[in-house]
Design a protein around this ligand. Structure first.
Ligand SMILES: NC(=O)c1ccc[n+]([C@@H]2O[C@H](COP(=O)([O-])OP(=O)(O)OC[C@H]3O[C@@H](n4cnc5c(N)ncnc54)[C@H](OP(=O)(O)O)[C@@H]3O)[C@@H](O)[C@H]2O)c1
Length: 232
């Protein structure tokens, strides 16, 4: 049993709250509106409705799963008292044309998770960014079953990455080591592995075929952001 804090209770945060509690983990979940808005999810799953700060306290793993452009809004000292070996998972994607607007360091070539880690002041493990929330929620299969979806896991700390890969396996997906955060462009939006629900061999091949250049759909325009119906 692992204590897991989840910051963000939307599509991905909600799915992970369900999957981690079903797997027997002790989950505290937080959002921007506060614990009273999380009563239904807490009742459904047995997770604890928490503030952002409380979700971090005592956690072994914290998942940050909020719109990328909201990451700088998190409390600056959020991880100040947390142990050095706290594992932080980042699921965030950069949607410059639809939601986030231009984030200059990413436009200049930083990986998305490299930027998130810098904003948080903590290294991160990148995973769950390349699968639709609905497929994450219901697409898991037992290990060894044909067609099991594989998920790339990138990060610099070997032990932290191994712990996250074990968690990915436990909730029904084949974890694939995708290298370091500096290489995590291989699984960013627009890459061959993004939202494709590939199996283990497919993910390895897609990661190998990825190109570091950001495609135009995933770059800011002078009008960014528009919205999901009318991207800028
Ligand atoms: N949707 C997908 O299929 C998918 C797949 C892979 C990755 N992602 C990425 O994963 C991240 C989360 O996506 P999502 O679809 O789950 O987003 P979402 O449904 O829009 O939910 C976002 C959550 O973040 C919370 N939040 C926003 N600002 C916050 C703050 N300052 N402090 C605490 N909580 C805050 C919101 O709180 P409230 O509930 O109070 O508004 C909400 O619970 C995004 O970066 C997204 O690009 C999404």
């Amino acid at each position: 049993m692992t204590t897991i804090g989840i910051i963000g209770s939307g599509n991905i945060g909600g799915a992970l709250t369900r999957l981690f509690t079903q797997a027997g983990h002790q989950v505290a979940v937080a959002n921007s509106r506060g614990p009273s808005s999380l009563e239904a999810l807490a009742k459904e799953t047995g997770a604890r409705a928490a503030t952002v700060e409380d979700a971090v306290k005592g956690a072994r793993i914290v998942v940050v799963t909020i719109p990328l452009n909201r990451v700088p809004d998190l409390p600056k000292d959020l991880f100040a008292g947390a142990p050095a070996d706290l594992i932080v998972i980042d699921t965030c994607n950069y949607y410059p044309r639809q939601r986030d607007g231009a984030i200059a360091p990413i436009e200049a070539g930083s990986t998305e998770s490299g930027w998130v880690a810098q904003e948080l002041g903590r290294p991160v493990i990148k995973v769950f960014n390349n699968i639709y929330a609905a497929h994450l929620q219901s697409g898991g299969k037992p290990r060894g079953e044909a067609g099991r979806i594989a998920l790339p896991v990138a990060g610099d700390d070997v032990q932290a990455k191994a712990a996250v890969m074990a968690l990915v396996d436990e909730i029904g997906f084949d974890p694939i080591d995708a290298g370091t955060i500096a290489e995590s462009w291989r699984q960013q939006p627009g890459s061959p592995v993004y939202t494709r629900d590939l199996d283990a061999d497919g993910v390895r091949k897609a990661l190998a075929e990825a190109k570091p250049e950001r495609t135009p759909d995933w770059r800011a325009t002078p009008n960014s952001p528009g919205d999901f119906e009318r991207p800028a």
